[in-house]
Design a protein around this ligand. Structure first.
Ligand code: ZN
Length: 416
């Protein structure tokens, strides 16, 4: 499997000069390609059958552009191509968001003067030898060669991004390389099912034991502070010196909020993978998660959709950490898992604030626990793991929870 490793690099003033010249060419190309697309759209929007200009045409036009403006030859040609590709990707994700009903999604915009355009080297144009990474360029003779951390091996490197973080004032490379798992995946008959949430994750394992971890919520600390700075900023003339200073403060706070959450998610995913004997970890599939609020333009919308984004990132961390440890994360369709009573299968209305399910059958259970049990049951029955199912039911019974255990059918798994 491939993972990305981010490394800070030390850049001399001469090298920085080269990098900014290369970035500037990419930035201009990006803006130029974006303008071309916009114009093409304006001219043809009344012709429904018209194929709009896309990545392939724009990439094919590169040789012509370099003939006309030889400075573009400074940049390694694959890097120019990936610049056009990133514009294409930005459009694709914009259209996807709009299609999903996100009216707030903005189309790709022009990159401003101070923007450092990421230099993406795909497959070629770079070399890693003896703890150093080198990049091809044709601006002047200053070599772009940087030290990598000692003892770190990069096998089968597919892609390297070179970028600048203006809040930190530092340059980085992100190396996408192959890593070998410590061991191969074997289904050992032990499973762990998780209902992932914003405030906490609740799990249940094959032994019928419930687990609970509380999420760090850096947003609770930072959001009021960010809102306060933003409101002060918005009282200033836009782009004035004070506005810029406050905007910078705001961006720094947002960065901290997001870094703290990311760090927490890294640690937690590692812990979850390590602290279980189960080799198979089950989580709800967020792509089918029902989010009734997502169609409405509520003020909190951005933050609530952000939260789902954070959850899918967490699943991403979990998945690759599991894979490295010879374990597997499987996504389960979690539709109705919060609404179906895991004992009798009755469907209940469970608005978000309702923490406990009280079923006519006598089952009284925490909503997240109920959901975790349903995820486990759904997996076991979908895969016809009836021995595993009966053991799970038997183990749960000892905790006082009687899910149907004797019949071949698992009623609460069938809903949805
Ligand atoms: Zn019930």
């Amino acid at each position: 499997m491939h993972i990305a490793t981010k490394i800070k690099i030390l850049v001399t003033p001469d090298q920085a000069d080269v990098l900014w010249h290369l970035s500037e060419k990419c930035r201009l190309l990006y803006n130029f390609a974006l303008a071309e697309r916009n114009q093409n759209y304006q001219e043809n929007k009344d012709q429904p059958d018209k194929q709009y200009i896309g990545y392939v045409q724009q990439a094919n036009a590169l040789p012509e552009l370099k003939k006309k403006y030889p400075e573009y030859k400074w940049v390694y040609s694959k890097v120019l191509q990936t610049t056009l590709k990133s514009l294409d990707d930005n459009f694709t994700s914009f259209f996807a968001l709009r299609q999903n009903g996100d009216e707030g999604a903005n189309p790709p915009g022009f990159k401003g003067k101070d923007h450092f355009c990421t230099l993406r080297y795909n497959q070629s144009g770079f070399a890693i030898t003896e703890g150093r990474i080198r990049f091809s360029h044709f601006y002047n003779d200053v070599p772009l060669a940087f030290d990598l951390p000692e003892g770190q091996m990069f096998v089968n490197v597919k892609q390297v991004d070179l970028f600048y973080d203006d809040l930190k004032g530092a340059y980085y490379v992100s190396i996408v390389h192959e890593v070998q798992p410590d061991q191969e995946y074997v289904d050992n008959g032990l499973y762990q099912a998780w209902d992932l949430g914003i405030t906490k994750h609740v799990g249940v394992n094959s032994h019928g034991k419930f687990l609970e971890v509380t999420n760090a919520r850096p947003d609770r600390y930072w959001n009021p502070k960010i809102d306060a700075v933003q409101s002060r900023r918005d009282h200033c003339t836009k782009k004035s010196r004070k506005w810029k200073r406050l905007n910078h403060v705001k961006q720094k706070m947002e960065r901290k909020r997001s870094n703290q959450l990311r760090d927490f998610q890294h640690k937690l995913s590692r812990k979850l993978v390590r602290n279980t004997r189960a080799t198979t970890i089950l989580v709800g599939d967020l792509s089918v998660k029902q989010m009734p609020q997502s169609k409405q333009a509520t003020p909190g919308l951005n933050r609530s959709t952000q939260n789902t984004g954070h959850l899918s990132r967490f699943i991403g961390f979990l998945t690759y950490k599991a894979a490295l440890a010879g374990k597997r994360v499987i996504k389960i369709d979690e539709r109705y898992t919060t609404k179906i009573c895991c004992v009798c299968g009755a469907v209940h209305d469970m608005p978000l604030g309702k923490r406990v399910m009280n079923c006519e059958c006598g089952n009284q259970i925490d909503r997240d626990r109920n959901s975790a049990v349903n995820i486990m049951v759904r997996f076991l029955s979908q895969h016809a793991l009836w021995i595993g199912y009966r053991q799970f039911a038997g183990n749960l019974r000892q905790t006082g929870l009687e899910i149907p255990g004797h019949s071949q059918e698992a009623p609460c798994a069938s809903g949805g």
